[in-house]
Ligand binder design. Structure first.
Ligand SMILES: C[S@@+](CC[C@H](N)C(=O)[O-])C[C@H]1O[C@@H](n2cnc3c(N)ncnc32)[C@H](O)[C@@H]1O
Length: 225
């Protein structure tokens, strides 16, 4: 009986994550889905051994500072957590001592959860990173982290351009891409184009890092030109 109960809960968690992958990048549907899922999100991703937030924060903090690029060792950096969800990335940033962390998400209810973590200076719900928004100014942040958002059924690779707009020249953009997302989209071609256009420089990447039980993710760090 015991094993069966555990299995059922895990299956539910796996299914909730899979359902999120079927939202076809439709911002309206994504917002509604995450509003409803917000209460169970942390439990479900924990059941599926979600390691992305801790890994991306450690990866960001480990980046070597380079001439003309911000130093990720500076705990006073102005950091934006794009698609912050319930605040898992913010929690790890706070543990590392980063003091000036803001966040946004499409879902107001996810943002309410993030608020409760006490890891963020400011938070905004209803922000769609597939479009230019009026809330975040050009060249505003020293660093932008985006975990679990470049994933199936969520945002297209081109949404990187909105993060590039908001980051300062010399600022760092660090994102995860679930492996199956990377394999099924033009993410690599979009990055190559932004590099060729002189919008960003490649800093480093980690292929097949830990992400979630089902599969790993690639992690990417860019510096804005
Ligand atoms: C898998 S969750 C990841 C949340 C958090 N970053 C984490 O790692 O736990 C994906 C998040 O991206 C948000 N999201 C999806 N599409 C978005 C968009 N177009 N603009 C802003 N947020 C979006 C969802 O609302 C959701 O909170």
């Amino acid at each position: 009986m015991m094993n069966q109960a555990v299995k059922t809960q895990t299956t539910e968690s796996f299914d909730a994550i899979k359902e999120a992958h079927n939202l076809s990048g439709d911002s309206g549907k994504i917002g509604e889905y995450y509003d409803k899922w917000s209460g169970a999100y942390d439990r479900d991703v924990s059941n599926e051994a979600y390691a992305g937030p801790e890994y991306i924060v450690n990866y960001f903090a480990s980046l070597k500072s380079d001439k003309g690029t911000v130093d990720s060792g500076d705990r006073d950096l102005e950091i934006l957590d794009a698609g912050c969800g319930t605040g898992l990335v913010g929690i790890f940033l706070k543990q590392k001592g980063y003091r000036n962390v803001d966040g946004f998400d499409l879902s107001d209810k996810m943002v309410e959860k993030a608020q409760a973590t006490d890891a963020y200076r400011t938070l905004n719900g209803g922000i769609d990173m597939t479009q230019k928004n009026e809330v975040y100014k050009d060249n505003q942040y020293d660093a932008i982290l985006c975990c679990g958002v470049f994933t199936l059924g969520h945002v297209p690779p081109d949404s990187l351009s909105e993060l590039i707009r908001i980051a300062k020249p010399g600022g760092l953009i660090v994102v995860s891409t679930r492996k199956s997302y990377y394999d099924s989209t033009d993410f690599q071609a979009v990055c190559d184009r932004f590099v060729a256009e002189g919008k960003v420089k490649r800093v480093s990447n980690q292929m097949d890092g830990p992400y979630i039980a089902e599969e790993g993710a690639h992690y990417w760090a860019f510096a804005v030109c």
